[in-house]
Each structure stands twice: as C-alpha cells, then as structure tokens.
Design a protein around this ligand. Structure first.
Ligand SMILES: [Zn+2]
Ligand SMILES: [Zn+2]
Ligand SMILES: [Zn+2]
Ligand SMILES: [Zn+2]
Ligand SMILES: [Zn+2]
Length: 713
C-alpha cells in the first residue's frame, strides 16, 4: 500500500513505506544458495620404492689408496731447509731471474692513463639540511638500489601539513625518477642549482600527504539511485535537487512538479515505488489511485533506462512521454510556452515540440552551460538569460504557477520564472539562488550526471576569468583519474622549503607536481604507504573537552603544589633563622667570651669583598695570617679578647709598615679598621672586664655598635 489518500503523521507514513519494502527482502531471503561441493579428500601419494632407497642411501666412504696408489702412509718425507742450497748457486739463480725480468720490462710498453669524467658511481653525502626529513647525514646513498639508511618514524605524519611541521620522507625513488631528476638537474646546472635525490623524495612525499588530506575534503561520490534518506539529503545539500528528493525530510518531501508538500483528500501526494519521487495527483494526472504499488510513467514503461528529457539535461524528476516516443519532464512541459499535454486530465502525451522556435533550441543554459534541449528565459521582459527548467528548479529559482497546475495546463501566461538576479525580494530572503547555481554547476561538472555528448560551453570571458584566477575547480583529475595538485599546495611547499633554507626553484616545483600526477597516473594509486592518521586529529568535541578538563585539574594541582613548596621553603628558612638565633643565645649564655671574640673579628673582617683580606698572607712568621686568626676563633683557641686584640694589632702594624699602600689589606686597615679599632676594641675589652668580674648584669647592659647582645641573667 503506497498511496496515501490523506496526510498521515510522519511516523505512520514511514512505517507504511517500510512495509512496502518488506516483500523484497523476503524474496532475497527465499533464494537458497546451491549446496557447496566439498572437496574430495586426497589420499597421500604412495612413495615409489626406488625413490625411497635413493633418499636413504648412506654416504659411501673410500680409502685414499683408491686414488693414490703406492702412497705409503708410513714412509718418512725428506725435509728441505734453506741452508741445504749452495749460496753461490742461489745467487746465480737470483741474478738470472733479475736479468729476465728486466728484459721483459724493456719489451713492455710504458703505462699511460688519462682521467675519466666522474661516473657518479657514488652520490655525494646527504646534505645536512636533509637530516630533518629523516635522512642520515653521515651515510652516502648508493645509486643502484636506492638504499636509504633511514630509521622511518611515522609518528610525525598528520594530515593538513602546517609550515613548521616536519615531513619524513616515505617515498622511494626508482630508476625512472632518477633519470627524470638527472634530466632536471642537467637543466638546473646552468643556474648552478641542483636538486638532490633526498629533496626529490621529500617533495614527492609532501605531495602525497597533501593530496591525502585534500582527498578527504572532496565531495563524496553518491549514486543517484538506491540511496537511503541520509545519502539523498547529503546529495541535495551538495548538488541541489530538481525533483524534491533529499531537499526535505522524506515525510515532508515536496511534489516534483509544483514543489509544494501540502495535500488533501482530493489531491493526495503519491510516491513512486520505483524512483521515490512524490507528485500530487493533480500535478501528474493521477485520476485514480490504485490499491497496490504505484509507479510513475517512466518507471512503469522504461525502468532502468537512462532516458533524458528532450528539453533539458536532467534524468531525474517526473517524466511523461512525448507524442514522438521520447520523454519530457512535466515541469519542462508546463514552463516551456509551446508545449502542452494532448490529454489535459491524464497529462500525456507531451505535444507541440515542433512549435518550439529553432532559436530556443540553440540557447545555452547559463547555469549548467550545456547546449542541450530547449531553454526558457527569465520572466522579466528586459532580461534575456536562458536556462533549463530543471536547472532553475535545482538552483532554487523562483518558479511559480500563479493559479495552480490545472490553470497552468491551459493558460501558460500564469506560469513565471525569474533568474537569480530578478527573483522577488521575499524569495531571496529564504532562498540562496546564487549558491543554487553553484550546486547545479557542480552537479553537472562531475560528468557522471552529464551525457557524454554534452560539452560544457564556456564563454570566452569565462575562459579568461578561469585562466586568470587559475580556478580550475572542475578539474581535479586527469582523464585517467590521476589527481592534479592545486596551486596552493605547491606554493605552500615553496614557503616551507624556504623556511628550511633549502635552495630550489618554484618553477621546478610545478614541474615536479606535473611529474607527480603523471607518476600517479602510471601507477594508478598512491605512491607511498598511506600515512596512518587513524589515531591523529580524530578526537570528538566531547573527547577534547574531557582532555581539557583533565588538563585544567592538573594545572590547578601544579599551582597548589607550587604554593605548598614555597610555603615549606619559607618555613625551613624561618626554622634555620630561629636555630641560628638560639645558637647565638646559647653561645652568649655559655661562652660569652667567645661571643665577644667572634664579634670583634666580624668587625675586623667587615667589608671584606671577594675575600681579599682573609686570603692575605704575611712573610713574617711572627705575624699570624688572617686565615689562621679566623681558624683560631672558630676553634675557640682564644681565651680572652685581649689575645685576639694582640694578633690583630700585630697584623695592623705589619701591614702598615711593609705593604704597598695600594694593596687591598693596606687600604682596608688604614681606611676602615684604624678608624674603628680603638672604639670597638675598647667596648669589647670593657665587656670582657665586666665578664671577668662575674657581673653579668653589667655585661647585659653593654651596648656597642656591632656588639648588640642581651643575656638574661
Ligand atoms: Zn504538485
Ligand atoms: Zn518513478
Ligand atoms: Zn526536462
Ligand atoms: Zn541547464
Ligand atoms: Zn532575469
């Protein structure tokens, strides 16, 4: 049951359609395949007896006497030593040989040689710049086998190369490539340029990878027939639709004639079970709806025949027969002024073909550029552009039967169509006719949808435009199906090689691109193993979001970790400080004298830049070196402040008497120490005296510059 008198809900409609298909499925199921013949088991071949013997025959051993008769294995052999030969006899022999040799040499021609041109038996070492493409820089390439000592990692291959992306060479040259490259290099040599084998391989690899990426962007190949709803919609999105299929969801599919989907009891929409088109009863002349499946006229009479409409290049849509046995679209008949239906109720056959003026047959459709059938013209009187009815429908032009189909059949003045420039403003608001034209052009550019006889007619102006912009958008492949690289790929490669400072010539890159196409044509397929992109760049948006969230968490964790680290560092520093202070306090308390001594030394060594003072040594053995003084302080060797004062005074006097006034220690003592010493030493000694008297309170009260200590008694 395929005919729908009323407009049921989409679900019901779909289920009806599905039920309609069920018997077909059963048919294919009922086909039982013939039982397979099982191979008869073979009996093992019997082994011939002779054969068996030959195999198992043991190795024959023979005695040496069979070969060397009379050889006695026990007979002693004579041993010859050098001295046994008489010396003069040997000398005579030697001279004789020498004479003979000289005679031979005088008779021989003198050897001569000349340098032969370089035979290229070994190629020059791989250029350094090639290492980034996976070549080993130290090894040489041996010509005969094109052996390449390369560790091939495929990890770097992705599609859609960016300029900074590394390309690893995956292409292997053959003899043909080598002789081609030799030929190219012979021409390049005039300009002092050279393209290495490795660079050539990289270029070919690059072309392959770019093409691999581009191929994915090409529109998918979809067959017109036997397509499911999803495919039909995709097809319509890419190429438009002139019969309503795919332009809308199946339950809303429009009539192939009037392009509307409203219907009622008296004028139902009928679906053809052969070609899936939908038509109104009134739009196709379906007076009675049969109970079983319904087929359009073309599916009923000429199914599986690719009959083109006489008036346009389209093979899809609602067809009717003409009075001369050809086929024509219902819409072509309605929109072409001279045509009419002989029987207006059943809307067939199409008549009036002879009335169409010759000039109309000669027009070239400005949408599909094909000079076939009869074109119509824009309804705006001043506009003369010509187009096919179905091309206009496919391009979503404004096409209207102002008073419905039934009036249009009798009165062609109610039928209008406007080109993309003259369609009503309201129409343009919802319909993109410019894009529609592009879709139609694309549809007919594939060749599959075009009759082989139909050439695409391109005006001179358009040809020039195409040439200027190099926009050969309809020519992706050669006649034999080999891909042609777009210019942008070559320019990108040129840029990339420039960024690597690899000398080349863009004109030769064009040549290589052509060569690549020819090579592909000869090979009939890709020239390298397909780069594996299965696990690259195919994350869904959800997966990307998930990863971003995980990364955010890690980022937060790291920030927290950094904070904790800086806090614990702070804590450790504070602890160190407090420990040092505690040590100082303990020293003041338990070893107050040592504290005074240390403070005094610190005062002396203040402003000692670069350890110039501390490293000074003295020739006089009575004067202790500064380092020795420091050592004594550290080892608690001084018992009293005055002992240190004695040593410092000795140093002081010695330096002033014996040292160069420009030396570091001289200046230190004269400019710094002598100004402070009396005051500092006084204070230290005062504190010492107090300490010796056991008056800790006094000691506590002493406040001096650099001697700032407090001891709690
Ligand atoms: Zn209709
Ligand atoms: Zn049909
Ligand atoms: Zn047509
Ligand atoms: Zn056309
Ligand atoms: Zn127009």
């Amino acid at each position: 049951m395929a005919i729908l008198r009323e407009r049921p809900s989409p679900i019901v409609r779909k289920s009806l359609r599905r039920r309609r298909l069920a018997p077909r499925l059963l048919d294919s199921d009922s086909e039982t395949s013939p039982p397979r013949k099982l191979p008869t088991p073979r009996s093992p071949r019997p082994v011939e007896r002779d054969e068996y013997l030959e195999v198992s025959k043991p190795r024959e051993e023979q005695n040496f006497t069979d070969y060397y008769e009379g050889l006695d294995e026990f007979e002693p052999l004579p041993v010859l030593v050098k001295e046994s030969r008489a010396d003069d006899e040997y000398e005579e022999y030697r001279l004789k040989r020498k004479r003979q040799d000289r005679e031979i040499l005088t008779r021989l021609k003198r050897p001569s040689f000349r340098k032969m041109p370089d035979q290229h038996t070994e190629e020059p070492p791989v250029a350094r710049s090639m290492i980034q493409f996976g070549y080993n820089g130290n090894k040489t390439v041996q010509k005969p086998t094109f052996w390449r000592p390369t560790d091939r990692g495929d990890g770097l291959i992705t599609d859609g190369l960016t300029l900074d992306q590394k390309v690893r060479s995956l292409y292997d040259m053959d003899e043909q490539d080598a002789s081609y490259l030799e030929h190219v290099n012979a021409r390049l040599a005039k300009d002092g340029k050279h393209i290495s084998l490795e660079l050539f391989e990289v270029i070919m690899t690059y072309f392959e990878m770019e093409w691999c990426f581009i191929e994915k962007l090409l529109p998918p190949k979809i067959k017109n027939e036997h397509q499911n709803e999803e495919q039909a919609q995709l097809h319509a999105q890419l190429y438009g639709s002139d019969d309503g299929i795919g332009a809308a969801p199946e339950e809303d599919q429009c009539c192939a004639v009037c392009n509307r989907n409203e219907c009622d009891n008296s004028n139902a929409i009928v679906f053809c079970d052969g070609c899936d088109i939908a038509v109104h009863q009134e739009c196709y002349g379906v007076a009675f709806i049969p109970e079983g499946p319904w087929l359009c006229r073309k599916c009923l009479i000429a199914r599986n025949q690719k009959n083109r409409c006489l008036f346009c290049p389209s093979v899809t849509g609602a067809f009717k027969q003409t009075d001369n046995g050809g086929w024509g679209h219902v819409i072509c008949t309605l929109w072409i002024n001279e045509l009419y239906f002989a029987n207006p109720i059943y809307m067939e056959p199409i008549e009036g073909i002879g009335n169409i003026p010759r000039s109309r047959w000669k027009l070239t459709c400005y949408i599909c550029r094909q000079k076939v059938g009869a074109c119509i013209q824009c309804s705006k009187p001043s506009c003369s552009v010509a187009y096919h009815v179905t091309c206009a429908r496919r391009s979503d032009f404004y096409m209207e039967m102002k008073q419905g189909v039934q009036t249009a059949i009798h009165d062609k003045s109610t039928v209008v169509s406007y080109c993309d420039r003259h369609s009503p403003k309201e129409w343009d608001f919802y319909h993109d006719t410019k894009q529609g034209i592009q879709k139609t052009k694309l549809y007919y550019s594939t060749g599959k949808n075009r009759d082989s006889g139909n050439k695409i007619v391109i005006s001179k102006a358009e040809k020039k435009e195409l040439k200027d912009t190099k926009n050969h958008w309809f020519k992706w492949k050669t006649v034999r199906g080999a891909p042609i690289l777009p210019l942008v790929v070559i320019k990108k490669l040129d840029k990339m090689l420039q960024s690597y400072r690899i000398p080349q010539d863009i004109n030769y890159l064009y040549e290589f691109a052509k060569y690549w196409t020819l090579k592909r044509e000869a090979t009939g397929g890709p020239l390298i193993r397909r780069p594996d992109t299965a696990n690259l760049g195919v994350l869904t948006n959800e997966e990307i979001d998930e990863r971003l969230q995980a990364l955010d968490l890690i980022k937060q964790d790291i920030a927290r970790l950094a904070e904790i680290s800086s806090l614990s560092l702070k804590k450790a520093k504070l602890e160190l400080k407090s420990t040092k202070e505690l040590l100082d306090q303990m020293e003041i308390y338990y070893l107050p004298m040592q504290y005074l001594i240390k403070e005094l030394l610190d005062q002396f060594l203040k402003h000692d830049r670069n350890n110039a003072i501390i490293s000074t040594t003295f020739e006089d053995s009575n004067v202790p070196s500064i380092r020795r003084i420091v050592e004594k302080v550290d080892n608690y060797e001084y018992q009293l402040v005055s002992e240190l004062v004695d040593d410092l005074t000795a140093v002081d006097n010695h330096v002033i008497q014996n040292f160069d006034p420009h030396s570091a220690i001289y200046r230190h003592i004269r400019n710094y120490w002598r100004r402070l010493r009396s005051q500092t030493i006084d204070r230290a000694q005062k504190a010492e005296r107090a300490l010796l008297k056991g008056n800790r309170k006094l000691f506590t009260g002493v406040q001096a510059e650099g001697l700032d200590f407090q001891v709690k008694g």
